[in-house]
Write a protein that binds this ligand. Sequence first.
Ligand SMILES: NC(=O)c1ccc[n+]([C@@H]2O[C@H](COP(=O)([O-])OP(=O)(O)OC[C@H]3O[C@@H](n4cnc5c(N)ncnc54)[C@H](O)[C@@H]3O)[C@@H](O)[C@H]2O)c1
Length: 328
Amino acid sequence: MTHVLITGAAGMIGRKLTTRISVDGAIGKSAIDALTLVDVVASPDVTGFAGRVASSTADLASPGVAARLIAARPDVIFHLAGVVSAEAELDFDKGYDVNLDGTRALLEAIRAVGEGYRPRLVFASSIAVFGAPFPQAIADDFHLTPLTSYGTQKAICELLIADYARREFLDAVALRLPSIVVRPGLPNRAASGFFSGIIREPLAGMEALLPVDEDVLHWHASPRAAVGFLVHAATLEREALGTRVALTMPGVCCTVGEQIAALRRVAGDAVAARIRRAHDPLVERIVAGWPRRFDPRRALALGFGVEANFDDIIRVHIDDELNGVIAR
Ligand SMILES: NC(=O)c1ccc[n+]([C@@H]2O[C@H](COP(=O)([O-])OP(=O)(O)OC[C@H]3O[C@@H](n4cnc5c(N)ncnc54)[C@H](O)[C@@H]3O)[C@@H](O)[C@H]2O)c1
């Protein structure tokens, strides 16, 4: 029997992960008997799950919160709580407080339990741990020289997690997630928001602004694929991973122009025509420093899978968020 803890359970990926594992009722071959959710905002209700659910609204970085969650000795911990890149850049203190101190509190709470407790921790890292200049394709062992506070916080957490794993306080996998598109819901203030906006808004009958040139190249996966990565990571054999516990996840590498061409193929010309070019020098500057293409061969060899192309990423959004209905 497995007890699962999800931090950041009310977030975009957290909600989808909660739904997936409560429907599956198992992680790999092990049935889930208890699910603990935590977030600073209320997590959604869990339906159709036979086991125990404990949901709390709390700040992971506050004293005592992590210890209380870990006292129940969850077997698998998905650590997704965090503030995203734009917020961590705008609010230096909050970024370090949540992304670094919150993670450290969690790791220390696990270590404090001591002998006989060694949970599997799956950490949501990011390709933002890498910084330009880049080689043609970035391998897992490319040096970590992040160019944002967010990327720095994720890189520090990767190192901490690897050390706690080496000391056998836990088993760990840190997944460097690609940009997850199409992000459902309202547009957010992330500089990467337009990658989702130019697909989501036109499919919903609304205009979308494109702030960058169409030759901008980036690395994407769907929210459904992100959940797949997390669940797969929870089942990996410790020996298969070795000492290098951080893995770059596979993604779909394409330009914005290719994204738009995929939208045209999947939804038609009228939908793709709802994208309006509106250059934004700030977003262009930020995006220019981002990694574009990876060589995720370790993750592929370990069985992580992603969509074959951007058309499939759009179809996932239409199926999972729009009940198959496009505003033509
Ligand atoms: N979405 C992406 O493209 C992407 C890419 C790479 C990495 N990630 C990482 O994956 C994780 C989940 O991403 P997401 O897109 O679901 O983000 P999200 O912003 O939708 O969810 C993060 C959640 O963490 C919660 N949170 C923030 N501070 C907290 C605290 N102190 N204590 C408890 N909960 C707190 C937020 O309320 C939010 O619900 C994050 O760590 C993010 O950095 C996401």
